[in-house]
Write a protein that binds this ligand. Structure first.
Ligand code: MN
Length: 256
């Protein structure tokens, strides 16, 4: 065992809030690999996306040694952790999760869990997001995923990740049959929300999760998960669609 100060510094955050069981499991796993600092939202911020809080000040409360809660988003947490909290020992790795519920396919654009890993990547730190499916009883099992996370974390520290690329890891609800490397899948979306009336008769709307169906690309994350495999998708922070750059050059340049 190396000396504590030689151990890699690992930042752990999430979007389910600092008290979430999935975060605690990931912290425990990451402690076997490096020196963990937790900077996480003080409450659930699921579906916060990659939002940064600009309209009000943020408060950081230290709850224990290297443990901090923030009244902001997952992205705020990574931003403050790297810029202000970890000081002269910036994290060698950012881990986010383990989220209660999948973050696969198009859902990664809503996910605060994935956004935290995007923020780490934008700050030039290798970053990995972890999420686990909820079983038929509404439970999420974090122990197996946490053990896998520790093994993957060791490898990512050793090998690094390409600049601008993060890993999005999703676990099936039951014991996995293996691991698949996948592409971000897609879903067919239908915007739905619950409409009710408040006591004065005015309608209110509650977005209760869009009605979606995986499109089922064979190399997509949904297919791997539905067949019982752990899905690892490498995602890029740069969203440029290269073929469209060429296509647009053929017709949009004449519009000025
Ligand atoms: Mn969440």
């Amino acid at each position: 065992m190396s000396h504590a100060k030689d151990r890699p510094s690992i930042l752990v955050t999430n979007d389910d809030g600092i008290e979430a069981a999935g975060l605690l499991a990931l912290v425990e796993a990451a402690e076997t690999v490096g020196r963990v600092t937790v900077v996480a939202p003080d409450r659930e911020r699921s579906a916060a996306g990659h939002s940064l809080t600009l309209e009000r000040p943020l408060r950081v409360v230290q709850t224990a040694e290297r443990r901090y809660r923030v009244d902001g988003t997952p992205t705020d947490c990574v931003h403050l952790a790297v810029g202000n909290i970890t000081g002269d020992r910036p994290p060698a790795l950012v881990l986010s999760g383990i989220n209660r519920g999948l973050n696969s396919g198009d859902d990664v654009t809503y996910s605060g869990t994935v956004a935290a890993a995007i923020e780490g990547t934008l700050l030039h730190i290798p970053s990995v997001a972890f999420s686990v499916d909820i079983d038929a009883q509404g439970r999420a099992e974090f122990d197996g995923p946490a053990r896998f996370a520790a093994r993957l974390t060791r490898e990512v520290l050793r090998r690094g990740l390409p600049a601008g690329t993060l890993l999005n890891v999703n676990f099936p609800a039951n014991t996995p049959r293996g691991v698949r490397i996948t592409r971000q899948g897609t879903r067919t979306y239908r915007a739905t929300s619950v409409v009710r009336r408040d006591p004065s008769g005015r309608p209110y709307y509650w977005i209760a999760g869009a009605d979606t169906r995986p499109t089922g690309e064979p190399d997509g994350d949904h297919a791997a998960l539905s067949e019982g495999y752990i899905s690892i998708s490498p995602l890029r922070t740069n969203m440029t669609d290269d073929p469209s750059v060429e296509d647009l050059k053929r017709w949009a340049l004449e519009l000025d």
